[in-house]
Design a protein around this ligand. Structure first.
Ligand SMILES: [Zn+2]
Length: 213
């Protein structure tokens, strides 16, 4: 079975997840490429990395992507609606944090529904706009894992929709997709990995999101 390593990244504690299966992949990279690459080397050789998925384009999740892809030759994958956020320092937040920014080029633009086999696990792309226009979650149906980016967080929390491109109605629709999934482990974009009662936590997120929609 695949091993998952949570890497808490600077500057504002975004979670990156390294998945070590026959194929190695990262879900998000954080905002500091040197930090991420040094952590990565504890577990794998950088050139072993095959995929970098971005749940969305905000700097605290994706800011290091350009340099990480350059250093590893991994294939960069994100949703097509996220391209304007990712490469705009005003909208992705990198200017706000005074960070240099390397523009990214996707290996392939996603639209939702794609499946990527990593060996023992398969990740399915779920299109979940709302926090940003091109947000995605990744779902592993056999082990019931959900990598939720900034769409939902543990304990019924939700991603904010007041940043550029945010949309509270779309967030509700996206969480409606997530409550239909059978989820046992939640790997959020911030906060702790959560097990137990995850389905009801996502249901709480839906109810919370409806209040603001
Ligand atoms: Zn975000």
């Amino acid at each position: 079975m695949a091993e998952i390593y949570r890497i808490v990244t600077p500057p504002i504690q975004g979670n990156a997840y390294l998945i070590v299966d026959e194929v190695k992949a990262l879900v998000d990279v954080g905002g500091d490429a040197e930090f991420l690459l040094s952590k990565l080397k504890r577990y794998i050789q950088p050139e072993e990395l095959e995929y970098v998925f971005l749940t969305h384009g905000h700097f605290d999740h994706a800011g290091a992507a350009g340099k990480v892809v350059d250093a590893t030759d991994a294939k960069l994958l994100f949703h097509k609606e996220e391209l304007p956020i990712l490469n705009d320092p005003m909208r992705n937040g990198s200017r706000l944090f005074g960070r240099s920014f390397t523009p990214v080029k996707p290996f392939r633009l996603l639209k939702g529904g794609e499946k990527f086999s990593l060996g023992s696990i398969t990740l399915e792309v779920i299109y979940t706009p709302g926090h940003t226009p091109g947000g995605i979650c990744l779902y592993e149906g056999k082990y019931k894992w959900l990598f939720s980016g900034d769409t939902v967080f543990p304990h019924g929390n939700i991603g904010r929709t007041d940043l550029p491109g945010g949309n509270s109605l779309l967030l509700v629709e996206s969480i409606e997709k997530l409550v239909k999934l059978d989820v046992e482990v939640l790997y959020p974009g911030h906060d702790e990995v959560t097990t137990g009662d995850v389905k009801s936590q996502i249901q709480q997120s839906l109810e919370f999101a409806r209040i603001f929609a």
